[in-house]
Design a binder for this molecule. Structure first.
Ligand code: PGA
Length: 276
């Protein structure tokens, strides 16, 4: 199997610049030289430049947690793909469920419309993915069902709809180069990861949907990660699934030891699969 797994750390809204650089420095030697795995970290925007600088010459790539679709202009608070490429980003997470206002651990005390600030929809994710690709960033497009959707038996329909809408209008070649992250919302930050066979099944469904829309070459090449409470403990189970090409790791990516263990596991499994 030719796909190289990607282990990406989503640091979310954590770490000052100094803390971010320290974490990057702790991580680099631990993943140095790992074969058949790519490693990336996505620090908060304030630390992108400094972390990018610290990572120079290492095998750890830099990613952003979001990207806007316009190149410049009157868009207060947004970061354009041009700016992110300028600070050295290779990847951009797009459409994370938290940016869509969907949380693994719902905060019931929030006013109903308070989460509107997290405004991503499939349509905005589609615009962002196109803009990222135009400027040489690799999108990590996140999809995944909420708990009510899963309980209502609507997982497949939800994920299929998200994949189709988020990737609409891209070319087969663009699809082949990007990353999709299957992140069931109920598994994010809850310590309750999706069972590995089920995560594999949904990743397989995503590949099938991509195959139907973009052809076999694209579906064979696109990398599909699993995300949602990935840890050093469950990494082996998850990463040995044939449809899962790495992980999007939140909480565990804030710990250099745990995150590097996940990358090591993915590297060993990926080498075994290659020579199997
Ligand atoms: P988690 O987050 O690993 O803390 O569950 C994953 C993510 O949100 O990408």
């Amino acid at each position: 199997m030719a796909r190289v797994p990607l282990i990406a750390g989503n640091w979310k809204m954590n770490n000052t610049v100094a803390e971010s650089v320290a974490l990057a420095r702790e991580l680099m030697p631990r993943v140095n030289g790992l074969e058949r795995v790519e490693v990336a970290v996505c620090p908060p925007a304030t630390a992108l430049y400094a972390v990018g600088d610290a990572l120079l010459g290492s095998n750890v790539a830099l990613g952003a947690q979001d990207v806007f679709w316009e190149e410049s202009g009157a868009y207060t608070g947004m970061l354009s793909p041009v700016m992110l490429a300028d600070v050295g980003c290779k990847y951009a997470i797009i459409g994370h469920s938290e940016r869509r206002g969907r949380f693994g651990k719902p905060n019931e005390s929030l006013a109903a419309d308070a989460t509107r600030v997290f405004g991503d929809t499939d349509a905005s994710v589609n615009l962002k993915a196109k803009a990222a690709l135009k400027h040489g960033l690799v999108p990590i497009v996140c999809v995944g069902e909420t708990l009510p959707e899963r309980e209502a038996g609507r997982t497949d329909e939800t994920v299929r709809g998200q994949v189709e809408a988020c990737l609409a209008g891209l070319s087969a070649k663009q699809i082949a180069g990007l990353v999709v992250a299957y992140e069931p919302v109920w598994a994010i930050g809850t310590g309750r990861a999706c069972e590995a066979p089920e995560a594999n099944r949904v990743c397989g469904l995503i590949r099938q949907v991509i195959g139907e829309a973009f052809g076999e070459e694209a579906s064979g090449a696109v990398r599909i990660q699993y995300g949602g409470s990935v840890s050093d403990k469950n990494a082996h189970d998850l990463m040995s699934q044939p449809e899962i090409d790495g992980g999007l790791v939140g909480g565990a990516s804030l710990d250099a030891s745990k995150f590097s263990q996940i990358a090591q596991v993915a590297s060993v499994i990926s080498k075994d699969m290659r020579y199997a």
